[in-house]
Design a binder for this molecule. Structure first.
Ligand SMILES: C[S@@+](CC[C@H](N)C(=O)[O-])C[C@H]1O[C@@H](n2cnc3c(N)ncnc32)[C@H](O)[C@@H]1O
Length: 357
């Protein structure tokens, strides 16, 4: 039995890790205009670190384990289509994958589906990862249907989906509205497959949770050192950035209670755990590329004025990288020569059977 206590969704005040979450900028600030440069950085980062692939594969494993015959799948927040391609490749039962996305990232997903990234980027200037995903998508493109809409108002028929899938998305949704809608569109035996990163999900006081907190997340030595160096470089130039907190921090209890409120229950994984942990491990090269693109996305998102003076952003990024590389280079390697990166908790929830009173 999973613990079912009082819901506790807290606004967080101390997290400003931007690496995987900056697409909300697209939604809040860019709106209808497709920002080529931002999309380029986003997909370059996704390709360099490979984290979304690892997480999407873990979610796909859980999907197959709990719903091996899934035919109709809705992906909320399908972004630029990077998890969609993993689903299409690894879940052969899927007949129709509906990719729902609220931001203009959907334009890049559409271009990948058509195999035509040159429509958005000058010929051969699309990120290598965008082109690679576009190529992989060609074998499955007829099963993929893109819809521009918000996760809180699904333009989908009642009881029509076997699975609702979300990779790094749930924390951006208004949870009550979204879960009400998800419940409506799922078949009676339908499931939700989703994940939350250590920045949004508190792994708790278990031995595993302690390990994750020690080695990753905001306390991860690399992230810490990168943030400190970046802030230091900005401060030297008199720039102070207001830190934007994440909307939600879930605990296992609060998530279970929230799901229960909407008629869902978590389904343990094959090992009996309430969630499956998926951890990415970085080489030094991957970590540095991850940080460099993260720094550039952060400047574009939060400090666009810096871009007005040529060379300033470059100077900040190189100074940050130089210091971070020295510090990170000194931290010990794991046995395989790689160091830890961020973790996700991958969940499956199913509709609770109605009780007859
Ligand atoms: C971190 S990205 C993940 C993208 C994609 N799932 C992947 O794995 O590549 C989060 C995505 O959620 C989308 N999003 C944010 N709020 C949303 C909402 N209310 N409805 C639908 N999508 C939303 C963002 O535009 C962004 O594309």
């Amino acid at each position: 039995m999973l613990p079912q206590r009082q819901a506790r969704i807290e606004k967080t005040g101390n997290c400003d890790t931007i690496f995987f979450h900056s697409t909300v900028y697209m939604v809040e600030h860019i709106g209808a205009k497709f920002d080529r440069e931002y999309a380029n950085k986003y997909d370059t980062l996704s390709g360099d670190i490979g984290a979304y692939e690892v997480w999407a594969k873990t979610l796909a494993d859980r999907l197959r384990e709990h719903k091996p015959d899934a035919k109709a799948v809705l992906e909320i927040g399908s972004g630029t289509g990077n998890s969609a391609v993993v689903l299409l490749e690894t879940v052969p039962s899927i007949e129709n994958l509906y990719g729902l996305e609220v931001s203009d990232f959907i334009l890049l997903a559409r271009a990948k589906q058509k195999g035509a990234t040159d429509e958005l980027f000058f010929p051969n200037e699309a990120p290598a990862y965008s082109r690679q995903v576009a190529q992989r998508m060609q074998a499955h493109k007829d099963k993929f249907h893109l819809i521009k809409a918000a996760g809180e108002q699904l333009p989908i028929k009642d009881g029509s989906m076997d699975v609702v899938f979300m990779n790094q998305v749930f924390h951006w949704l208004e949870p009550d509205k979204a879960l009400e809608e998800i419940r409506r569109v799922l078949k009676s035996d339908g499931i939700i497959v989703f994940d939350e990163s250590e920045a949004q999900f508190d792994f708790g006081d278990t031995a595993e949770g302690e390990k994750i907190k020690r080695e990753q997340a905001v306390d991860h030595p690399f992230v810490k050192s990168f943030q400190e160096n970046f802030d230091h470089e900005l401060l030297r130039r008199g720039t102070v950035v207001e830190k934007k907190p994440f909307r939600y921090l879930f605990t296992l209890d609060s998530l279970s209670t929230l799901l229960e409120k909407h008629g869902f229950e978590l389904v343990p994984d094959a090992n009996g755990s309430a969630y499956t942990t998926a951890t990415v491990r970085y080489s030094l090269v991957q970590a540095m590329s991850f940080a460099e693109n993260g720094a550039r996305m952060r400047i574009m998102r939060q400090m666009p004025d810096l871009l007005k003076t040529p060379g300033v952003a470059d100077e900040i990024v190189s100074a940050t990288m130089e210091n971070t590389k020295q510090e990170w280079g000194e931290s010990p390697n794991n046995a395989d020569g790689k160091k830890y990166g961020p973790s996700q908790a991958a969940f499956v929830a199913r509709k609770k059977p109605a009780t007859i009173s």
